[in-house]
Structure formats: C-alpha cells, structure tokens
Design a protein around this ligand. Sequence first.
Ligand code: ADP
Ligand code: MG
Length: 547
Amino acid sequence: MSTYGIDLGTTYSCIARLDANGNPEVIRNNEDNSNTLASVVFFENENNVIVGQAAKENIETDGNRVVQFVKREIGKADGRTYDFDGKSYTPVEISALILARLKNIVESQGGTIDNVVITVPAYFGLEERSATKQAGELAGLNVLSLINEPTAAALSYCARQFQEDRTILVYDLGGGTFDVTVIKMSMTPNDQSGDVQKITVLATGGDDKLGGKDWDDRLFNYILTACCDENGLTTEEIEAETRQDIRSKVEEAKRKLSQKETTKVRIDVNGERTEVVITRKDFERLTADKVGQTMNFVESTLEKVPDVQIDTVLLVGGSTYMPMIKKAVEEKFPGKVQQHDPDQAVAKGAAIYASMLGVSVEGVSSDTVDSEKKSDGEPVEDKRAELAAKFTVEDQTPRSFGPGVVDTKGNKNTYILENFIKIGEKMPAVASRTYYPIEDNQERVRLRAFENMSTEDALIPSVDEEGNPQPTDPAHGVKLLGELVVNLPPNTPKTTKIEVTFKVDASGVHVEAVNTATGDKFETFLRTASDIDIDKSAVHQLRISSD
Ligand code: ADP
Ligand code: MG
C-alpha cells in the first residue's frame, strides 16, 4: 500500500494511511517513541542532518544550527535561506528534509510510499501551496494533491461519525499556530452514487504566532525563576546548559499536566540539583490570557459568518490536550465539543482524501492494496470506494486574484488591483474583463497578476515614495504573482479592447490576454512568483475605461 496522508506541521508532522480495513492509522515514529515527528532540523555537521526530537535537544545549546518553524517561511516573498557548512538551504529544502524523514519512517517499517496528499493551512496562498508541493516532490514523493488542514480534520471526523448537513467549527491549536475554521458539510445529490457529502470552508481566522510554544515559554520562565530563587541566582547567571535542561523538560512537564494535577521537574542548575513543583492550577493561571486570546479569535471568526449556527466544534492540534482548552471551548459551546486524537486527525483526514483520490485516479481494482483483505475476506478497496463516493471536497480559491490596472474613470489615474476572482470562490474559477491601452500607439502592455486577501472588488496597493505599486503589501496579503507581456502592433489606438481572463485552479493561475482587434493571444501560467522587475512607466499598463 503506497498512498499516504501527511500533516506537515509547524512544530510536529504526522503521516497516516488507511489500514487493511480501510480505517486511518498513523505510522508511528519509533525512534522518538511518538505518533508525530518534531518538525525540527539540526545541522550537526557537514555530513549529518538530524530531524525530530534529537534535533530539538539542541535548541538552547546549539540554536544557530537548528531550524524550526520553517512552515512560517515557506513560499514567502523575502526568499530567506539557511546557511550551514557552506551550503544554503531554502525553506522548501528544509521542508523536504522533514518530508524525507517521514518517508524514511514508513520505509524503515517495510512500507513503500509513492502517492501522498499533504495538508496546508486554509489561509495559505498560491505560492505557499506550490512551495509545499515542491518540497514533497523534492523528497521523492508524488504529491497527488494538497488539502486544507481543517477540511482534513473534518473529513477524519465525518468518516467516523457520518452525519447529515452540519456546520463545524474547527479549533486547531498546534505548537506555533492557532487556526479557526468554519466548515459546512452538506448533502448534495449525485447521480452516480446517491447523495454525497460536500465540504466547504465558510470562514477562517486565527494567528500564526499563537500556539503551544507560548504555553512552553510561560512554563520555561516560571521554572527558570523558581531555579533562580532556589539558588539565589539572577537569570543572567544561569548557564546555557541549564537553560537547555529546562527547555527540554518544559514540554514534557506541560504534557504531564494534561494528565495530572501536579508535576515535578528536576533541573541541574549550574551543577546544583533543583526540584521545581508545578501544579495545573498554577500553569492555568500563568496562561489564562492565552486561552482568552484563542477565544477572541473564535469570536471574530464567527462574526464573519453572522447567520451561521455551529452544530459541532472539533478540537484539533496537540495543544487541545490541555484541559484548560477543552474547558474554555465547552463553556462557549456546551455539549457540542468533540475531540479524537487531536494531533493525528489532520494526517488521518489527509490519508482518507489520498485514498479517495487514489481510487478515482488509479481505478478501484488497480490500486496497490489488492493483496490486503479484510478479515471477512471483503476487499479493502470497497471501503475506499465507499469513502470516495461519500465525500466531495469543494476546492475554493485561497485568495482573490486579478490584474493591476489604471483606473481612469472613478479614481482618476489610480493604479488599482481589480479582484475579478474573489477569495472563497469554487475552483476552477474563471473570469474575464475588458481593458484598454493607456494611450495611442502603445507598443506593449505589462499585465501584472496579483493575489490578495481582500474581498473588495478593487484594492489600491501600497506604493513607494515615487508612487509605484509595491509587489507585496502585507496589510491586504497583496502579492505580485507574475507578469504577462502583451505586445501591440504599430498604430494601435487606445480604444482597442484587450480581453483579460484569469483562471484559478488547484495548480495555479492561468492568465490570458487577447487583443480583440487582431485576435493576438498572450498567455502565461503562474505557479510561483519569479523575481519580477516592476516596470514603472504607466504607458506599459492597461486602463479600465475607453474614454
Ligand atoms: P502543529 O503545530 O505542528 O500542527 P500539533 O498539532 O501536533 O503540531 O501540536 C503540537 C503542540 O501540541 C506542541 O506545542 C505540543 O507541545 C503540544 N502537545 C502535544 N501533546 C500535548 C499534551 N498531551 N498536552 C499539552 N500539549 C501537548
Ligand atoms: Mg497542525
């Protein structure tokens, strides 16, 4: 069996597949005695790169050779790299090392792995998505598709508890990020297989800098202070080894407090053995504001869909093991909260989705599970075909898309981004509009394609001192994706209609421009932004009106 689902997480990753009975199962990371793999990479020396728990042990003592939270950097425009031993690694390459380690976990247990589905946050833009796919390919995996993390979590939940039309709020508190997603599951008639469950994302919110790490940091400081008090030292007098000792025990202590009311940590404080007792009550007091922050994001996400009634709340992410989280969410949604293997649900959902795609791509009988049978002799594929027939995942545009053009009508001579494909539209999404050259005899047009997070029809991008639009604008998530050069024949009047079409699907953005006077067609396919020189002259652009 060779089809797997991968949750490539900010702090922990996880890999799953469907077992012989068609139930999702996680492939255990035996080396770390865990169901997950720490998404941490330690460049020990030129010849040795370590991924996982062992890499984590070096954060305090050898931090400049450790890479963590790389998911925050993947597909970002600034193109940062990590340099070790004369080699330079991109976030895609670091992510590929983590994925290769997951592949290795499967192979070391005798499995083979070919096809995978990798999960991404619902808010990932085009470039983050294609960078994630690239990382998979670099790790030697065939990436069938990507799926949004909350959708995968909902899929794994619904596969175990099939229900009719439901609105689900996914509360995902991981190690470094907090994501809230409102998902709609609805029954839609399907000719071939009766009714199918359609999964649609209605709203997303959260904070990519809020997660279990904040709880760790609070606990770290608490233990550090206790160690200082006990030994009459200031925090500056604490040695790096002691800090690492605390750091490596903090997470374990936190996990223990999810089970027990009290835990003890023994720290070697500059050579002196010191014992610190922490109660769950103390820990909850130390971090109560963080819980409050997550609930504020829940509120603000719900405000985006005011007419929606939440039926079920799914707790996802390892940090939801903390009793304080369940308590807070249950208080807000009494009787509606569900939690099943929160640190594995996303990978399991991805495994289900991967198998669904495997069924539809390869055909039921030709899939590679053929040798495995259920105990009663029924072939596994039946169950997978059943799953595939039961769900459809509606892919939605993760961003709004459109060209940058000059508005000569309403906003005289303002450069604006016209969003003719909006965030949340069903993919593939296609839209066209007609524009005109800025002036007579214009030789060419540089048509810029942007993505952004605004739901407005048009957006004015931020500009530099000279008034030139900037390729990125974090406030609205504006990012220049690429440019299409449209050459115009001599003596083209400014009344010439140029028809511009954007088509967005899961693989990227297709941009097309047709000179309706000549029929000349120009097109480009944008997957990742290359380095684009912003051309500053307005005459190379298009304008909205013909007057
Ligand atoms: P990611 O953020 O990469 O999606 P996870 O969803 O696996 O990763 O969440 C990882 C976070 O969950 C870490 O901060 C980890 O310490 C925390 N965590 C895992 N298990 C527990 C537990 N039993 N109690 C408290 N926190 C936990
Ligand atoms: Mg996660």
